[in-house]
Design a protein around this ligand. Structure first.
Ligand SMILES: [Zn+2]
Length: 435
């Protein structure tokens, strides 16, 4: 096991370097960062390959083969980030500045921190001469995660499946400590929700806006639909992940509605995070009607970002939407339909995570969680049905309530202590799984 201090220092330095590569997607521009990572991993003994769907946006695959056949463990990460408006920040978002015990900058949480911790753990191990006894250690560092992965993981898993085929994936998605009722929980993301974005259209009759009742206003027909989404939501849905999480929190897994009410009364912040893991969510985000202020619109369109628990399809989603919006008075058209997927909860990899948490934070618990959003784990589960893909970047100094608004927000930062913690985690998992 590499020394804890060396892991923390190397992770911190790597993260600072990575933040200084501006990889805001679009356009992404990941090439320089990927060359730096290739050189770093190559120097430690990894076989590296860059694969690009388009010029200047390569994905990096690095391998450290073992002596015999065995499991292939993939440490996954993306090097692109969302944008940042420097005027909202207290520091330059691409400075990688070290201040108040944290590294600051875009990507400090999502997810150059994890990439840095994975690379630090892998290179310190390999540099010390460690090799897998059996199987293979892979690092797959992708481009284009933040804009749909068409040039990243989705493309790799589709076009180069043989290059990225693996049995186990450790990726982003969870891991910050969740304090609740005096206990501490570390989430492991075992599932990603599906994405079913749709457009709601209402119809009327155009007319001159100076005589409102001469036409039939399609826009005002949106009012009851918006009102319904503000005041209601589809019923919660039992799932293995939802039930395991609710039970771990000491709530009634047999009645999710009452469990959520209970969470709300004990700590509303927990309820906010829990609710989207328990069912379909509807978030209306964009509306469009008349092109002119003096024309009553004959048609109005509302975009709704809808996220659906793993396994749910269009038909399932439609039924849930009807619970809230009723049967008629609108048309629904799906713009994007991606069925969410999951990995099993009880696996040797989960056991290894539990042993790690017990060693770092005795008495704390590990619980499966569902990612309300989306990550590259989805493409690996889709391409390799037996692959177990988890999201785990453990953080203790910064809890989930503090971290959640910072990812994609202003003043994104990560405590140096947490960088060390995550790097120790990956070094340990790699050695436990691969011998
Ligand atoms: Zn991310």
């Amino acid at each position: 096991m590499p020394e804890a201090e060396a892991l923390e220092r190397r992770t911190t330095e790597l993260l600072q370097r990575l933040i200084r590569f501006k990889t805001v997607n679009p356009p992404g521009d990941e090439e320089a960062a990927q060359h730096f990572l290739r050189d770093t991993l190559g120097a430690a003994g990894f076989e590296c390959e860059l694969l690009a769907a388009v010029e200047a946006r390569p994905n990096l695959i690095a391998r450290l083969p073992g002596g015999s056949d065995g499991p292939r463990l993939c440490l996954l990460g993306h090097v692109d980030t969302v944008l940042a408006d420097p005027s909202d920040w207290s520091v330059d978002p691409w400075s990688g500045e070290l201040r108040d015990g944290c590294v600051w900058g875009r990507g400090a949480l999502d997810m150059k921190s994890q990439v840095a911790a994975e690379v630090a753990a892998a290179t310190l191990l390999a540099g010390d001469g460690w090799r897998p006894e059996a199987g293979e250690l892979m690092l797959v560092l992708t481009a284009d995660e933040e804009a749909g992965a068409k040039r990243g993981a989705r493309w790799l898993c589709g076009e180069h499946a043989d290059k990225v085929r693996c049995d186990l994936v450790v990726n982003e998605g969870a891991g910050e400590v969740l304090p609740f009722e005096g206990r501490r929980y570390y989430g492991v993301c075992v599932a990603e929700k599906g994405v079913f974005r749709f457009t709601i259209a209402t119809r009327g009759v155009a007319g001159h806006a100076s005589v409102p009742r001469i036409g039939d206003n399609a826009l005002t027909k949106m009012a009851p639909l918006l009102e319904a989404m503000r005041n209601g939501r589809p019923a919660l849905e039992p799932s293995p992940e939802a039930e395991a999480l609710v039970a771990a929190l000491g709530l009634d897994a047999g009645d999710l509605e009452s469990a959520l009410r209970e969470a709300e009364s004990r700590d509303p912040r927990v309820a906010v995070l829990l609710e989207p893991m328990l069912g379909v969510t509807l978030a209306p985000t964009m509306i469009h009607a008349s092109e002119k202020i003096n024309v009553i619109p004959a048609r109005a369109e509302l975009s709704v970002d809808c996220r659906v628990p793993p396994g749910g399809d269009e038909e399932h989603t439609r039924a849930r939407v009807r619970e809230v919006l009723g049967e008629d008075g609108y048309e629904l058209r799906f713009e994007e339909s991606i069925v969410g997927n999951r990995s099993p909860i009880e696996t040797p990899l989960m056991d290894a995570v539990r042993r790690y948490v017990e060693s770092e934070d005795p008495g704390a618990e590990v619980t499966p969680v569902v990612l309300p959003g989306f990550s590259d784990s989805h493409w690996f589960r889709d391409a390799f049905p037996d692959c177990v893909a988890y999201g785990f970047f453990p953080q203790q100094a910064m809890d989930v309530f503090e971290a959640a608004p910072l990812a994609h927000g202003a003043d994104e930062r990560v405590p140096v202590e947490d960088l060390g913690m995550a790097a120790r985690c990956y070094a340990r998992l790699v050695q436990e799984v691969l011998g």
